[in-house]
Design a protein around this ligand. Structure first.
Ligand SMILES: Cc1cc2nc3c(=O)[nH]c(=O)nc-3n(C[C@H](O)[C@H](O)[C@H](O)COP(=O)(O)OP(=O)(O)OC[C@H]3O[C@@H](n4cnc5c(N)ncnc54)[C@H](O)[C@@H]3O)c2cc1C
Length: 401
């Protein structure tokens, strides 16, 4: 290993290419650098690589989405245009080809979501690591700079690395225990890099349930339409002791974060007039909850939600039907950011050139969730991490000082 005496007492290891962060974005950047013949060191703060990637596989690793490119791109909302070249270069088909090349067959499930047949991330990560021709240093936590060298806390104390090129792939600001603690924000900001504040994305919401709900916590609410401002999303979610969470809630979480109210259409397959007809007028001695149960099939947790949020229930059937088609759900705001599936915010697009290189730090590139974009769940998150990782890795491989 080449060493150079630094301006202070420590010596910096002079290396060719450094990737910091061994999540999907960093590993993809390392793959591209190695493929281009660069000598790569990956530094990862945790004792093992890809911890959030492995966590993502626990509930079925949704790698990408099999839909038209323009529909796919539109899911990145405000960041769709900055991400376009990277996603065009590494589109959903390329994600699937890449997984197959690592021996992982994929399939398209419901809603066009693409998963590896194994569903888990571990076989894919294992094959990927075997395929990578790089040196991986775990328990190497980047802690900022010492002069112009990268400084790390390592099992052997503080170490300095001075690479020719670097790709930072440090993740967003949630699930800190898996490594993405967002500590890097301060160090990059000190170097003059513009950073949009982190916000939770794809997160659950607090609900202060009444005691009547206790028996229903843990239950799924299926086949409803979630309404948040202009957005109407068919989906399902779970009632938990903490509030509401799961795919349907995540799909409207950005709109809710931005101030939209949440309402539920509990009977999306029926029009108001059809509901009124089914309700068929009040019969003597029939309780309202019996009518909702027997005539509309609203029982269990769905009926409990009507009682929790819909009371006092309107006496006339038409207004009652309207209430069931737009039941207001009172929540107390997003759950803590650390619980969120992903985060919005991160390194601002203005801080980067078209190669994902930082204007403030020539020869330092960025990739993955640490960039300022967000997307719903559905494979979009990993897809953009792969695409930006590959892009930054290729550009870094070409970089000439
Ligand atoms: C429960 C859960 C389920 C998910 N399911 C899916 C899914 O099915 N599909 C999907 O598309 N997305 C899913 N995601 C999101 C997806 O996992 C992330 O978007 C993705 O892992 C981000 O990749 P990344 O490489 O940018 O960052 P990360 O995966 O967070 O990796 C960043 C790495 O950098 C390391 N690091 C950070 N700081 C330092 C430092 N100072 N020094 C050294 N190393 C450091 C971290 O330890 C970490 O290993 C899920 C997320 C969660 C939490």
């Amino acid at each position: 290993m080449n060493k150079r005496q630094g301006p202070l007492s420590e010596t910096a290891d002079l290396i060719d290419a450094l990737v910091i962060g061994a999540g999907p974005a960093g590993l993809m950047a390392a793959s591209e650098l190695a493929r281009a013949g660069r000598q790569v060191v990956i530094a990862e703060g945790k004792p093992s690589v890809g911890r959030k990637f492995l966590m993502a596989g626990k509930s079925g690793l949704n790698l990408t989405k099999d839909e038209s490119f323009e529909a796919f791109l539109a899911s990145y909302i405000e960041a769709a245009e900055p991400l376009r070249p990277m996603l065009e270069a590494f589109p959903p088909e390329a994600v699937q080809d890449w997984a197959r090349a690592l021996g992982q067959e994929v399939f398209t499930g419901t809603s066009k979501r693409v998963f590896p047949k194994a569903m888990k991330a571990s076989p894919l990560l294992r094959a990927w690591m075997q395929d990578l021709n790089v040196e991986t240093r775990t328990r190497w936590r980047w802690t900022g700079w010492h002069a112009d060298a990268f400084r790390f806390d390592t099992p052997d104390g503080t170490r300095l690395i001075q690479p020719k090129v670097t790709v930072l792939a440090l993740g967003g600001g949630s699930w800190a225990r898996l490594g993405s603690d967002g500590a890097w924000v301060e160090w990059l900001a000190q170097k003059g890099v513009a950073i949009a504040p982190f916000k939770p994305a794809n997160m659950g919401f607090h609900v202060a349930w009444s005691d009547h709900m206790t028996a229903h916590l843990g239950q799924p609410i299926k086949s409803v339409t979630l309404i948040a401002g202009e957005h109407r999303v068919s989906g399902e979610f779970v009632l938990s002791s903490r509030g509401i969470e799961g795919g349907g809630i995540y799909a409207v979480s950005k709109a809710l974060r931005e101030g939209a109210d949440l309402a539920l259409d509990l009977l999306p397959q029926l029009e108001v007039a059809q509901i009124v007809e089914k309700l068929g007028g009040a019969k003597a001695k029939e309780t309202l909850s019996n009518r909702l149960r027997k005539r509309l099939g609203l029982s269990g947790a769905k009926l409990a939600l009507v009682m929790e949020f819909g009371r006092p229930l309107p006496a006339d059937d038409h207004t009652l039907a309207e209430r069931l088609k737009a039941l207001p759900i009172a929540h107390q705001g997003p759950r803590p950011m650390d619980e969120a599936i992903s985060t919005a915010g991160g390194v601002a697009w203005d801080a980067l050139d078209e190669n994902l290189m930082l204007h403030a730090l020539p020869n330092v590139f960025c990739a993955g969730e640490m960039l300022d974009w967000e997307a719903p769940t559905g494979g979009y998150l990993l897809s953009a991490c792969f695409a930006t990782g590959a892009w930054a890795g290729r550009a870094a491989a070409q970089f000439k000082a």
